[in-house]
Design a protein around this ligand. Structure first.
Ligand SMILES: C=C(O[C@@H]1C=C(C(=O)O)C=C[C@H]1O)C(=O)O
Length: 376
């Protein structure tokens, strides 16, 4: 058996050839890139790549090597594409994205919709973003809010997308996918729950506590210290507050925001009863136009991928290669196609930056049904 040093020398000789061939291949890819820039051709050619993978696999023996050379070529072709996308940037041929830059949102005159009722956290988020005097109205469901935007009954909707402790609002991702509405802003609202009741209520009077299931869960430690209180779920924290007022009963209390308590004429009996001190919810501001603020710094996109090993890995390389910081990824099943997934990715950037345009160009060509959900 040969010595290790000897074997390594042999590998070095082989690698010298591979490195030279790699450079030569990339040089030719650059020429292909020039041709494509000149003739307005797409960088990615799926058919050609599939043929190439089949061809190289047929030239080696054994499953292990067939798989290995295919992986290697996927990587090689991905580098080749990146070189060509870079050539597009240099030639100023990245094109225009179908989004219009604006300098401000008209917060004063906007008509804004939120889901829930008077005193809901969504309403607080709306006021936080649009101001106390906002021209707002509420609907019963998230879908109705999306419809109001799509139809133009409202200019903007303020909708929850993620809670710091409970995670994503899954329904919102499906609705963003379904509707032609776009995210133009986001606002993070600290969620501070109170125990509220009729003015003059003593804690010793209370027998029943009403709230939304999630709010009861987020205040479980506090409620556990009053284990004789019965916990009852209703659809919304603000509706719980309204019920306590309507029933005019001191044996009842609600877990709701201080704002909901105020709106429904209740007194805060105990403030800040949530278990996690930093409990907060991220709300998005949605509209029916493809616009983005000039200082926008975060982009949300969705796309589908072929059901093939390595496809997500290959697509995510566009963020790494363009030095873009990916901040979030979610996956959701594709409707009507069992076990296929659509991905929602957030990353930092503005649609006018070349690195962003470059990544989006690559992603659009290499994924299916890519949609920009907004830059905000
Ligand atoms: C080089 C080309 O561009 C891309 C890269 C390929 C490669 O590196 O072999 C193949 C197809 C294209 O997706 C080409 O079109 O031939």
């Amino acid at each position: 058996m040969a010595e290790l040093a000897q074997l390594r020398e042999e590998l070095d000789r082989i690698d010298d050839q591979i490195a030279k061939l790699y450079e030569e291949r990339m040089r030719v890819c650059g020429e292909v890139g020039e041709y494509k820039v000149k003739n307005g051709r797409k960088v990615f050619d799926r058919q050609r790549e599939n043929d190439k993978l089949a061809d190289v696999a047929s030239k080696v023996s054994g499953d292990f090597n067939k798989k290995g050379i295919q992986e290697l070529y996927q990587q090689l072709m991905s580098m080749s594409r990146k070189l060509q996308y870079q050539q597009l940037v240099e030639a100023g041929a990245l094109g225009r994205l179908p989004f219009i830059r604006i300098s401000d949102l008209d917060r004063q005159n906007a008509r804004v919709v939120f889901q829930g009722t008077e005193g809901a956290y969504s309403q607080a988020a709306m006021k936080q973003f649009f101001g106390e005097n906002v021209n707002g109205f509420h609907v019963r469901t998230f879908r109705e809010a999306m419809e109001a935007i799509e139809e133009g009954a409202a200019d903007y909707a303020v909708l929850p997308i993620e809670n710091s402790t409970a995670g994503p609002v899954i329904e919102m991702y499906d609705l963003l996918d379904e509707f032609e509405n776009y995210i133009v802003a986001e606002t993070i609202l600290p969620i501070v729950h109170t125990l509220s009741g009729l003015p003059g209520t003593e804690l010793s009077d209370i027998k029943r506590v009403y709230s939304k299931t999630e709010a009861l869960m987020q205040t479980a430690d506090f409620l556990d210290s009053h284990s004789d209180w019965q916990r009852i779920s209703v659809v919304n924290t603000a509706i719980a507050a309204k019920k306590v007022l309507d029933d005019n009963d001191r044996t009842q209390a609600a877990v709701c925001s201080a704002y909901a308590a105020k709106v429904h004429g209740l007194s805060v009996l105990v403030d800040e009863i949530n278990d996690a001190e930093d409990n907060s919810t991220r709300f998005i501001v949605v509209t029916n136009q493809k616009v983005f603020l000039e200082n926008a710094s975060k982009i949300s996109i969705r796309f589908e991928l072929p059901h093939r090993s390595g496809s997500l890995y290959s697509v995510l390389s566009h963020f790494i290669y363009n030095d873009l910081n990916m901040t979030k990824i979610e996956s959701r099943p594709v409707k009507g196609r069992p076990w296929e997934y659509c991905f929602f990715v957030d990353f930092e950037g503005n649609l006018e930056e070349p690195a962003v345009k470059n990544a989006i160009r690559g992603l659009r060509e290499e994924t299916q049904n890519m949609k920009i959900l907004g830059n905000y």
